[in-house]
Design a protein around this ligand. Sequence first.
Ligand code: NAD
Ligand code: TDX
Length: 352
Amino acid sequence: MILVTGGAGFIGSNFVLDWLATSDEPVVNLDALTYAGNLANLASLAGDARHIFVRGDICDRALVDRLLANYRPRAIVHFAAESHVDRSIHGPGEFVRTNVQGTFTLLEAARAYWTALDEPARTAFRFLHVSTDEVYGSLGPDDPPFTETTPYAPNSPYAASKAASDHLVRAWHHTYGLPVLTTNCSNNYGPYQFPEKLIPLVIANALGGRPLPVYGDGLNVRDWLYVGDHCAGVRTVLEKGRQGETYNIGGWNERTNIEIVRRICALLDELRPDPAGSYERLITFVKDRPGHDRRYAIDARKIERELGWRPAETFESGLRKTVRWYLDNQAWLRQVQDGSYRAWIDMNYAAR
Ligand code: NAD
Ligand code: TDX
């Protein structure tokens, strides 16, 4: 079996659902169920003995040791993190705790477990660390996309905490020989994404008739990848990646934020027209994010050349699926927009 961390979050839950849809290998899912973790994402697995959910913190060494000893996983796939840049600006402490201390705790537990394994389990074991393109910093308009050898230059507390975790993973391979793999992926979108991130926030606000906040001039560029393609990329790296290597994962799909927001408005105009007029009327330019990275772009040639992975979804097909999913799952959306969600929205947008 495999141990997944953060499997009740956006990407982790998509990964667990996809994994169990294509394989009978059981998953132990360790997740603290922070504001971003949601068991409703995994509701379709209720009663499925292949999914063992454990509510707990990746910083809890005794718990991680116990899970490794009891379940003897052949791999750890590590998604758990604090993941929202704006929250990291308001409160960086939790990012250092979960992303740095938590990854350290997992690495130490994995090292103790792996060292004691017999052959061939020791050779087969993998620790796959899921990371982000934000560790590479910000690109100018004409710069080539990030490759695996682009120097690290993280700019936000979130990016710095992920960069620190990547460095720990690298060092545990170099120094102790732990068989690690690291993936650095671009912006994901798709079902079950918490409506604090741009795409689900814009869909949720449009459906509620609220302003669609665009930071700064709206010309910051992100490179968008459908979450199912990211999950397939992670599975490919787990299966075929060379230990100690890092793989960039991206969709070759750079867009400005304003383009994204307009595209969502156009899809909603088509799928759920508002008698009051186009959703574009709700677009509102607001105060920029401090230190806002201008452009991210991923060069995904290494994973394609070496492992044969490439995205299946186009941006058009992926965004249409995503908008439809939110339209069909408004109960999910309402459920996550609880009191703490409203408090966050008030804090992040009131002064903008
Ligand atoms: P998310 O915020 O939706 O989910 C994070 C999950 O981790 C939640 O279920 C949460 O409960 C859990 N968690 C948080 N702290 C924990 C702790 N201390 N112990 C155990 N569980 C804890 O995040 P996401 O968007 O699904 O991102 C998953 C991973 O992918 C992260 O490592 C993130 O850095 C990386 N990533 C995300 C994106 C993106 O666009 N969302 C892109 C590239 C990489
Ligand atoms: O209200 C908003 N208005 C706006 O203009 C929000 C929430 C965002 N934005 C902008 C900021 C970014 O340029 O949209 C862009 C995307 O923002 P986010 O969805 O917050 O994502 P980003 O900051 O790019 O980081 C994401 O991609 C990399 C994920 O949150 C990270 O976890 C991942 O590592």
